[in-house]
Structure formats: C-alpha cells, structure tokens
Ligand binder design. Structure first.
Ligand SMILES: *Cc1c(COP(=O)(O)O)cnc(C)c1O
Length: 371
C-alpha cells in the first residue's frame, strides 16, 4: 500500500558543492551570458577529467551531437548507423544534417547496439557510426572501432548517459575521435540544460568552436564565412557544471551504492525480473537502474508503471525504439532485442538522494505491482 506522502522521483539534481557560490559570482560580476571564466574552466577541467585535449561546451546534448556531426563532415544523403534503442536526439541530430539514420538492433546482454548488427547495416553511403552507452553501460568499443576502421567510418560516441563510466579501464568519452555528453537535469551531472563535445583532434575542435559560434571567423570578428549556429553555453550553466564536476566522484559513488542495493533487494525476484548486468570489462555510470519483465510475467509493463505511480514511485518505460516512431517508422520484427527491451523495460528511481529506506520501499512496491 502507498505510504501517505511518500514520493520518490525517478531523477533529481544533487547539489552538494559550490553551485550556489559560483552562480552568485556570475550575478555579482554580471558575467551571465556566454563569455566568462566558468566556461573556460569547466571545459578545461572536463577535458582533464576524461584525459582528452579538447572539451567544447554547448547548450545541450542534442546540439552537441549535431555540431559534432557537422564538424565530422556529415553531408545530406550520408547514412549514419545509430542504435534503434536510444533517446530520440541521437537519430534527430543525423536528420538535422539531411543525412539518414540507419538503425541497428541491440545485443541481448546490455541492450547496447550490437556490433554485428552495425556491420550488417553498412552500405556504400555509410559515413559513420553513433554508438550510445545506454543507461550508462559502455558499448563494446574495441569491436566497433575495429569494424569502423575496416570500413573507413568515423565513430561518434553518444556518451550522454555515461559520464564517469569506464571501458577496459579507460574513461568513456576518451575512446573515439569524438564524443558528446549531456548535462540535462537528470544526467550524472547537470547544468540545467547543457552539453559537451570532446576530442583529441585540434582541427575538429577549432571547427566545432566556429560551428557553435554562428560560423564567425576566429581571426576576424563579425566575419561569417560559413553558416553556423548559436549553440553556446552560458557562464551560469558552466558555473553549475564546474561545481558539479568538482564533486563527480561523490555523484558516481552514490549511484553505484544505490544500484548495489537494488541488485540485492531485487535478486529474489529473478524469476520475474531481468536485472541489469555489468560486463567484466566495464564499469557503468549507473545512470538509470533498468529492469525488464521476464517472458513469463503476466503483468503488463505499463500497468506496473501505473501501479508504481499509485504507490508514490515514479518510474519510466525504456525508450521506444526509433523504428516504431512515426517519423522513423519501419516494419516491426527487424530489431527483436530492442523491441523486447523497449516493451518490457522499466527504469527505477536512480539519483543521489535515494536512501536505503527508499530503495527498500521501491523494491517492495515493485514486488506488489507484479503480483
Ligand atoms: C540525454 C541524451 C541526449 C541529449 O539530451 P539533451 O536533453 O539535449 O541534453 C542525447 N542522447 C542520449 C542517449 C541521451 O540520453
């Protein structure tokens, strides 16, 4: 039964550092727009955290993908392979370039994009691959990188959900020519709205700064040789981001602890629930703890979500695969793993403020909702 007043949200920002102090500094100094010390400092420390040469701050994770694709030279008519099981921004960013997102199915373990499915989707028009580190679990990047190299394709890692995750002891975001992050309110660290593009390539970084700054020639003020965009981050957003980044290990540790609690609490429900796994070569950022209803379970996923809501627990369905969306519609049945997970997956509250007692309540509510 619902406990009166109990409300556990699926996500929540966590401010435990100097966020307030830095934002007040923006106001006191009047540096509130897209110039200021926090932008350069946030970029510098973000690049240092990942061990990459460049970090370019932008206004959200979607435009990070768009700018990165433009910087990588994507043109109308190109094909870019993306997982069908992702947030819509991954596919939309490709469409913004006039290019075509070509979908690939998930593997049956992590539900990340399956390298074999990527390989099958390659055509003479394919220019690149955007793997997505779904719910914070890294993709098997060595396999993707080697097939990309064999076919002469770029790899742009959509690491929006995987800040702080590692792949074979290397940080996600440092594995590919280019990677992007999001700082939306529900991500590992937040700036309200915000994003980052990272790369080791000096020329790409220079192009990205032109693209995000209206196309202006860096050597010639108010001279615009190409069409650019206003994709800049504000100093206020960067001030919050810097304070968040200074405490990132705490954010990650809290999430890991919570996911360990869920693992223990839900283990007895193994007959009905498929729990998330962590491959031996990976550490997840634990962005969203996501379970799936096993095949034998009678309860419908959406009824379970409604019942959890009645008990004061906010959950959310796994992403609907892109190929079922009206804009990207393809026939059913071609992507069985993504369709299975998209229909049966539920993400549980995952954020730094969920207590052990909350986790126990969530597990109990889930058990009742399945009955
Ligand atoms: C959050 C997210 C993005 C970008 O989101 P914004 O809200 O635009 O910052 C892109 N891809 C994935 C997989 C995401 O989860």
């Amino acid at each position: 039964m619902k406990e009166p007043g109990r409300k556990i949200s699926i996500a929540a920002p966590y401010f435990s550092g100097r966020e307030r102090e830095y934002v007040i500094e923006c106001i006191d100094t009047t540096w509130i727009s897209s110039v200021g010390r926090f932008i350069s400092e946030f970029e510098r420390q973000f690049a240092a955290y990942l061990g990459v040469r460049h970090a370019v701050a932008v206004s959200n994770g979607t435009v990070a993908l768009h700018a990165a694709l433009l910087g990588l030279g994507v043109r109308p008519g190109d094909e870019i392979i993306v997982p069908t099981l992702t947030y819509v921004a991954t596919a939309n960013a490709v469409a913004y370039c006039g290019a075509r997102p070509v979908f690939a199915d998930s593997d049956w373990r992590t539900f990340n994009v399956d390298p074999d499915a990527i390989e099958r989707a390659i055509t003479p028009k394919t220019r690149g691959i955007i793997p997505v580190d779904l719910y914070g679990h890294p993709v098997d990047m060595d396999r993707i990188a080697s097939l990309a190299e064999r076919h002469g394709l770029f790899v742009l890692d959509d690491a929006a959900e995987a800040l702080g995750a590692t792949y074979r002891n290397r940080k996600v975001g440092s594995l590919t020519a280019c990677a992007t992050f999001s700082f939306f309110g529900n991500k590992t660290i937040t700036t309200g709205e915000g994003g980052m593009i990272v790369t080791d390539d000096d020329d790409l970084a220079a192009r990205l700064r032109i693209i995000k700054g209206q196309g202006m020639d860096p050597q010639h003020r108010y001279w615009f040789p190409t069409v650019g965009y206003n994709y800049r981050m504000t100093n206020i957003a960067a001030a919050i981001g810097l304070a968040q980044l200074e405490r990132i290990q705490t954010h990650l540790d809290r999430r890991r602890e919570l996911c360990n609690w869920y693992d223990d609490l839900l283990a007895p429900m193994g007959e009905s629930l498929r729990l998330p796994l962590e491959e031996p070569w990976a550490t997840s950022s634990h962005w969203m703890y996501t379970v799936a209803l096993q095949d034998g379970v009678k309860a419908r996923r959406d009824a379970v979500i409604a019942s959890m809501a009645d008990r004061g627990v906010e959950t959310r369905p796994v992403f609907y695969p892109m190929h079922v969306m009206p804009v990207y519609r393809e026939s059913d049945g071609r992507y069985p793993a993504a369709e299975w997970y998209g229909a049966r997956g539920i993400s549980l509250p995952t954020h730094a403020l969920v207590t052990r007692e909350d986790a126990e309540y969530v597990a109990k509510a889930l058990c009742e909702s399945l009955a």
